[in-house]
Design a protein around this ligand. Structure first.
Ligand code: BG6
Length: 474
C-alpha cells in the first residue's frame, strides 16, 4: 500500500513562462529585436528577415501590459513561486550596447514589485530562447567567444539591479537543446546543416563558461543567491533489452547529461572528450575557462519534463517520432498528446532519481505540462461566465505530480514544481496559440484574433486546491 504523497514543507509551487512567449511589446519600452521576432513559425518553419505581422510572439498575450492582472491570478491559485525570463533584448537592445536600457530594467522592477506584493518568490531565467537578434547576426551567436563578454555585461547589470530581491536564478533554458535548435537555443545564425561540429561544440563551451561566470557573479553579489542550470530532461529508454539498444540509449543520454555533468562537476566527462576526439572536434579551451568551470558549479539542477523517448542500435528500427525539440524513437507502450509528444508520468520519477543519484544536487522541475486544444464553454457556475473543462490536463498533471511524490519518497530532494505555461501562451516549437498549457485561458487564436481576455479553466481550481493542501489532495 503506498502512503499518501508527501511534499516537504516549503515546497515551492507555481508556474513558468518565458518573456518571448508572453510579453509582446516587441518594439516597446526601447526593446530591441530578439531572434523570436523573426521566427513566425517557431522551429518548424523558416525565419524571416524582420518582424512580420503573422508572428504571434510580437504581441504574445500582452503580459507586458497585463502582468499585474496575470500575477493576481497566479496569486489566487496560491503560487509560492513564478518562473519567468528577462528578455535580454529589453536590457541590451542591440546586444552589444555600452549602456543598458533603463525602461527595460524598470519593467522588471514593476513585475518584481507585483510578485512581492503577493508574496510570490521569483525564479528568473537569464536566457530563454530570446538572444538579441543583433548577437545572432553580428556574432553568429554563441559560436563567438565575444558573446561571453556581452552576456557578462548583461548579467552584471541584472544582478546589480535585482540580485538583492531574487534568490533563485537559472542561466540558459534547456541548454542542451542547442544541438537540435542552434538558432533558437544558441542564437547561431549559420544554418544547422552548415554548422560544423567544432563550431557547435565551441558555442556550447562558450555557453558553459558564461553560465559558470554568471554563477560567480551571482554569488559575489549575494552569497544567498542560488543558481541552477536548466536542461531539457527526457529519459531515453532502450527500445528492447538488446544490449546494443541499451548502449545506443546510453550514448544518446550522454549527449544530454554532458551539460549538467559540466555544470555540477566543473569539467568535461571522459565520454565527452572521447566524442570530441573521435569526431575531429578541437575546442579552444583556455586555462581561465577551466578555472571558471571548476570553481563555479551550480547550486541546483533544474529541468523541463514533457516526455520520454526510446533509442535503438538498429538503424532499421530508428523511426523518428515527434516531440519536444528532440524527437526520438516512439515507445510502443505510451500514449501521445495531440502533437505526438508521448506521455510518461513514470519517466518523471525515473529522471528525478537518475539526476539525484548522479549529481546529488537539489532538483527543481521548472517545466511540465500538456499542450492541448481547449474549448471555451459558457458556464453559469464559472466566475468569468465561461470556462474550459480540461479534465485531460488535470489527469496529466495529477499523474506527473504523483510521480514527483514517489521520487520524494525515494529520497530525492526536490525544491519545487513550476508547471509550464500556467496561462496560455505562444508555443515555442510551432508558434501556435492553439497549443495551450494554461490554467488560465487566453482569448487569442492562431490567426491573431481574440480579445486577450482571461478565463479560469477547471484546472485553475484544481491546482489551487493542490497548492493549498501542499499536494495532499492530488
Ligand atoms: C520547452 C521550452 O521546450 O517546452 C518552452 O522551454 C516551451 O519555451 C515548452 O514552450 C513547450 O513547448 P511548445 O513547443 O509546446 O511550446
Amino acid at each position: 500500500i503506498s502512503a499518501p504523497t508527501q511534499f516537504p514543507p516549503g515546497f515551492l509551487w507555481g508556474g513558468a513562462t518565458a518573456a518571448n512567449q508572453v510579453e509582446g511589446g516587441y518594439d516597446q519600452g526601447g526593446k530591441g529585436l530578439s531572434i523570436q521576432d523573426v521566427m513566425p513559425q517557431g522551429i518548424v518553419g523558416p525565419r524571416t528577415d524582420g518582424p512580420t505581422p503573422e508572428n504571434l510572439k510580437l504581441t504574445g498575450i500582452d503580459f507586458y501590459h497585463r502582468y499585474a492582472e496575470d500575477i493576481a491570478l497566479f496569486a489566487e491559485m496560491g503560487f509560492s513561486v513564478y518562473r519567468f525570463s528577462i528578455a535580454w533584448s529589453r536590457i541590451f537592445p542591440g546586444g552589444d550596447d555600452a549602456e543598458p536600457n533603463e525602461e527595460g530594467l524598470a519593467f522588471y522592477d514593476r513585475v518584481l514589485d507585483e510578485l512581492e506584493r503577493h508574496g510570490i518568490e521569483p525564479l528568473i531565467t537569464l536566457s530563454h530562447y530570446e538572444t538579441p537578434l543583433a548577437i545572432a547576426e553580428k556574432y553568429d551567436g554563441w559560436v563567438s567567444r565575444d558573446v561571453i563578454a556581452l552576456f557578462e555585461r548583461y548579467v552584471r547589470v541584472v544582478f546589480a539591479r535585482y540580485g538583492h530581491r531574487v534568490k533563485y536564478w537559472l542561466t540558459f533554458n534547456e541548454i542542451n537543446s542547442v544541438i537540435h535548435a542552434p538558432f533558437m537555443s544558441g542564437g547561431i545564425n549559420t544554418p544547422k546543416d552548415e554548422l560544423t561540429p567544432t563550431d557547435l561544440y565551441q558555442a556550447i563551451h562558450h555557453e558553459l563558461v558564461a553560465s559558470a561566470l554568471a554563477t560567480k557573479i551571482a554569488h559575489e553579489t549575494d552569497p544567498q543567491i542560488k543558481v541552477g542550470c536548466m536542461v531539457l530532461g527526457m529519459p531515453i529508454y532502450p527500445l528492447s533489452p538488446d544490449p546494443n539498444d541499451l548502449l545506443a540509449s546510453m550514448t544518446a543520454d550522454h549527449a544530454n547529461l554532458m551539460f549538467s555533468d559540466v555544470h555540477t562537476r566543473g569539467e568535461y566527462p571522459g565520454y565527452a572528450l572521447r566524442y570530441f576526439r573521435e569526431n575531429g572536434i578541437e575546442l579552444q579551451i583556455t586555462e581561465q575557462d577551466r578555472e571558471l568551470l571548476a570553481a563555479h558549479t551550480v547550486d541546483f539542477v533544474s529541468f523541463s519534463y514533457y516526455m520520454s523517448i526510446c533509442e535503438t542500435g538498429d538503424p532499421a528500427r530508428r523511426l523518428a517520432g515527434a516531440g519536444n525539440i528532440m524527437g526520438g524513437v516512439p515507445n510502443p507502450h505510451l500514449p501521445a498528446s495531440e502533437w505526438g509528444w508521448q506521455i510518461d508520468p513514470v519517466g518523471l520519477r525515473v529522471i528525478l532519481n537518475q539526476f539525484w543519484d548522479r549529481w546529488g544536487k537539489p532538483l527543481f522541475i521548472v517545466e511540465n505540462g500538456l499542450g492541448a486544444r481547449d474549448e471555451l464553454v459558457e458556464s453559469a457556475d464559472a466566475v468569468d461566465g465561461f470556462t474550459v473543462l480540461d479534465d485531460y490536463r488535470i489527469d496529466y498533471l495529477r499523474a506527473h505530480l504523483q510521480q514527483v511524490g514517489e521520487a520524494i519518497a525515494d529520497g530525492v530532494q526536490v525544491l519545487g514544481y513550476t508547471s509550464w505555461g500556467p496561462i496560455d501562451l505562444v508555443s515555442a516549437s510551432t508558434a501556435q496559440m492553439s497549443k495551450r498549457y494554461g490554467f488560465i485561458y487566453v482569448d487569442r487564436n492562431d490567426d491573431g484574433t481574440g480579445t486577450l481576455a482571461r478565463y479560469r479553466k477547471k484546472s485553475f481550481h484544481w491546482y489551487a486546491q493542490v497548492i493549498a493542501t501542499n499536494g495532499a489532495t492530488l
